[in-house]
Write a protein that binds this ligand. Structure first.
Ligand code: DSN
Length: 467
């Protein structure tokens, strides 16, 4: 491939280097928009100083971040590499092909589409490509750990389609017998497996068996566990599900965005009996659902996916799981009601109302006041609203990336317990926390963050710890 004439510094004759452009951008921002610069700087600082335990989050490597700040943003086109609707795409075609190759390699997939703007839009592409309005889909109930796009009445997935929900056993595990019974009774066009708040392993083979026997397509949304799947720490759905989707910013430590992946079913004929499923997905993303791709995000996806194949990433994935298991054990020992009694992945789900008599909202706010960031979460049978909740959800993606292990998880659980045991609820939304306790926990959180900085975010951070 020919590229524009390059200078020895790596840029081309007309624009200078990539790094110079980024530096100039920050200079201009600081000079011309100090208000926005300071806000961005504050967010940068905040992330270094908190224990981020939102299970749906992670930390993108600086080399991932900068991909989104490159001139790739300036390229407008539509279509796919080699079949674009605009000129000037030689370089971005190579970038998108690289991202596709890396996505396929990371998940041992036969097909990858890297254009979805998010996990939600990846799911929507499939819903609208496979089903007609009013068709039936079967997904995990939102309060049992499902996702909005899996048929919740609050989302288009539950409004345009006839969504039937499966739930959990009394032990909090996916009720596969119920999935089977509902699938055979309702004959859904699509079954969705995968979850946003489910701490246990998912049996993708069992789901496929049910899908085959009920005549449904199977979609596995692995947004939460994609890193564990890529690292071989959780069984892969790629050859069980017809389609696998994921967002890229959770456990892939990448940019905001989504992927659609396929394994052995990539050339299976689709609903019309002849168009291969992979072709259906290509068309479903563009032109059916999206227009111009976000090529800067695609570059960042390529960067993140390259790291996923490393031994360091596999070590990180194992640490994510052992950290979560320790957190669940220690909190369980301290008397918290840990749902399912533990975890197989990065998620620890707790009934905080039953454990300490406070709502998820109060727990979230009290912990945040000490720089511990978690989220309130509805749980099965919850009687509180989604903005109050009886549960909380914790995750270990970011703590594991900082290099924290068993000892530090014990410290984190202890810090959380100091706050949650001291909180005095004043109704569902308000609380009182002794200022001395708040200050001492916040000081301990600061010390932990200094000891375990975000790799490559702060000068001197241990570079070896990242994926
Ligand atoms: N799906 C939401 C969550 O799990 O928190 C956002 O990614």
């Amino acid at each position: 491939m020919t590229t524009p004439s390059q200078t020895p510094t790596g840029g081309d004759a007309a624009t200078g280097s990539l790094a110079g452009l980024a530096r100039r951008g920050f200079e201009l921002l600081q000079e011309q928009d100090p208000q926005l610069y300071e806000l961005l700087e504050s967010e940068n600082r905040r992330q270094g100083e908190v224990l981020a335990m939102v299970a749906a989050s992670s930390v993108a490597d600086p080399s991932v971040l900068v991909c989104e700040g490159t001139a790739t943003v300036n390229v407008t086109t539509e279509g796919y590499p080699g079949a674009r609707f605009h000129a000037g795409c030689e370089v971005v075609d190579a970038i998108e092909r690289l991202a596709v190759d890396r996505a396929k390699a990371a998940f041992e997939a036969s097909y990858a589409n890297v254009q979805p703007h998010s996990g939600s839009s990846a799911n929507a592409v499939l819903l609208f490509s496979l089903l007609q309005p009013g068709d039936t889909l079967l997904g995990l109930d939102l309060d049992c750990g499902g996702h909005l796009t899996h048929g919740s009445p609050a989302s288009v997935s539950g409004r345009y389609f006839d969504a039937v929900a499966y739930g959990l056993t009394p032990e909090g595990l996916i009720d596969y017998d119920q999935v089977e019974e509902l699938a055979l009774r309702h004959r859904p066009g699509l079954i969705i497996c995968g979850a946003s708040a489910y701490p246990r392993r998912i049996d993708f083979a069992r789901f496929r068996d049910i899908a085959d026997r009920s005549g449904a397509w199977l979609l596995a949304d692995i947004s939460h566990i994609a890193g564990l799947v890529a690292a071989g720490v959780h069984p892969s759905p790629i050859d069980h599900a017809h389609f696998t989707t994921t967002s890229t910013y959770k456990q892939l430590y990448g940019p905001r965005g989504g992927l659609i992946l396929m394994g052995r079913d990539h050339d299976t004929p689709g609903p019309d009996g002849k168009t291969p499923l992979s072709r259906l997905v290509q068309r479903g993303v563009f032109p059916y659902f999206q227009g111009t791709p976000n090529l800067a995000a695609i570059a960042a996806k390529a960067r993140a996916l390259d790291k996923v194949g490393s031994e360091a990433f596999r070590r990180l994935a194992r640490r994510i799981v052992t950290d979560a298991a320790t957190l669940a054990d220690v909190l369980g020992d301290k008397g918290y009601r840990v749902l399912t009694g533990g975890t197989d992945n990065h998620i620890v789900l707790m009934d905080i109302l039953a454990s300490r008599g406070i709502t998820g909202l109060v727990a979230e706010k009290a912990l945040e006041s000490c720089n511990i960031i978690i989220n309130k979460n509805r749980i099965a049978g919850d009687r509180k609203s989604a903005l109050v909740t009886s549960g909380i959800r914790l995750g270990t993606n970011s703590l594991a990336l900082r290099g924290m292990g068993e000892v530090e998880m014990r410290r984190c659980a202890g810090l959380m317990d100091r706050v949650l045991s001291a909180v005095q609820a004043r109704g569902e939304r308000d609380y009182r926390l002794d200022e001395g306790i708040r200050e001492s926990v916040a000081a301990d959180v600061r010390a932990l963050c200094v000891q375990y900085p975000l790799p490559d975010y702060s000068p001197g951070a241990d570079l070896d710890r990242g994926p």
